[in-house]
Structures are given as structure tokens and as C-alpha cells.
Design a protein around this ligand. Structure first.
Ligand code: ZN
Length: 169
């Protein structure tokens, strides 16, 4: 497996609108395995394909709290079909915005349909961290990064800090 380079803000690729995956085959599964490895190495709990430079509607997640029991999840062509009117606030971070965090409000629960690792259609009702994380990742597929929800001042401060961080690496 390969660790892939992760794009960071203000890389314009992060604004791309990803297109649906038309075939779930071994080649795609190999890419998903690389994405998962990249996410674990970062380390992070979610990664969208666009963050490693591929504008396709695919993301991987693992929100298990115990590092010893991995619970990898793969979401291909995820579509949110329902969101709750009540909101939840989480202090979000993002592998494309390293070391920056901000409180973001999102629907507390949502339902979605997607294709799994084997290309089988699934439905799930998400709550808690799962609901926040999946909405954050689906935003990436639409060219949205969590700092886009902040004031332009806070957003430009975050971008400036990331630029400095990446330069110093
Ligand atoms: Zn992110």
C-alpha cells in the first residue's frame, strides 16, 4: 500500500466538485486501501479522494475510539437523503487544514445512501461524531472545506498558518 500526499489549503484542487464513481472494481479498491493507509498514517478519522488529488465521490472513515480495533468504512457516491433540524457543534479539524480547529454547527443526525467497498448499495442513519464526520467529508466532494464556514478573517488566518506550517516542513 502507498501513502499518498495530502493537499492542503489553499490548494485549488480542494475547491473541485468531484464526479460520481461509475465502477467499483479492484483498481478502485486498491485506491481506497491507499486512502485508508494515508488516513491512518496522518493520523485522521476521515479522508475524501479529492484530498489526495482525485476528484471522485469517494471517502474513507474510521471513527472507532480504540486504536487497536480498526473499523474502516468506505463510502462511494454518498448522498444525504435527510438531515435533522436540530444541530450539533463539534470542534472540527481537517487533514487539509493541519493543526487548525474550529467549532462548526451541522445537523445532529442525517441519513444517507452510498455504495460500499463491494459496490453494494447501503443506507445508514448517522448520529453523533459519525454524522458530523460524514457531512464534513461529503462537503469535500462539493469543494467545501470546514473553514469556508468561518468569517473571512478567521478563514484567512487559518490559511496563513497552514501555509507557514507547510513551508516549515
Ligand atoms: Zn476535511
Amino acid at each position: 500500500m502507498t501513502i499518498l500526499p495530502i493537499a492542503t489549503v489553499p490548494d485549488p484542487i480542494l475547491k473541485a466538485i468531484s464526479t460520481p464513481v461509475d465502477r467499483v472494481d479492484d483498481q478502485l479498491r486498491a485506491f481506497m486501501d491507499d486512502m485508508l493507509e494515508t488516513m491512518y498514517a496522518a493520523p485522521g478519522i476521515g479522508l475524501a479522494a479529492i484530498q489526495v488529488g482525485r476528484p471522485i465521490r469517494l471517502l474513507v472513515m474510521d471513527i472507532s475510539e480504540d486504536a487497536d480495533t480498526r473499523d474502516p468504512q468506505y463510502y462511494i457516491n454518498p448522498v444525504i437523503t435527510w438531515t435533522s433540524s436540530d444541530l450539533a457543534t463539534y470542534n472540527e479539524g481537517c487533514l487539509s487544514v493541519p493543526e487548525q480547529y474550529a467549532d462548526i454547527d451541522r445537523p445532529a443526525e442525517c441519513r444517507l445512501t452510498y455504495l460500499d467497498y463491494h459496490g453494494v448499495e447501503q443506507q445508514v442513519h448517522a448520529t453523533g461524531l459519525f454524522a458530523t464526520c460524514i457531512q464534513h467529508e461529503i462537503d469535500h466532494l462539493n469543494g467545501i472545506v470546514f473553514i469556508d464556514y468561518l468569517s473571512s478573517l478567521k478563514k484567512s488566518m487559518a490559511v496563513r498558518k497552514v501555509r507557514k506550517l507547510v513551508r516549515e516542513d
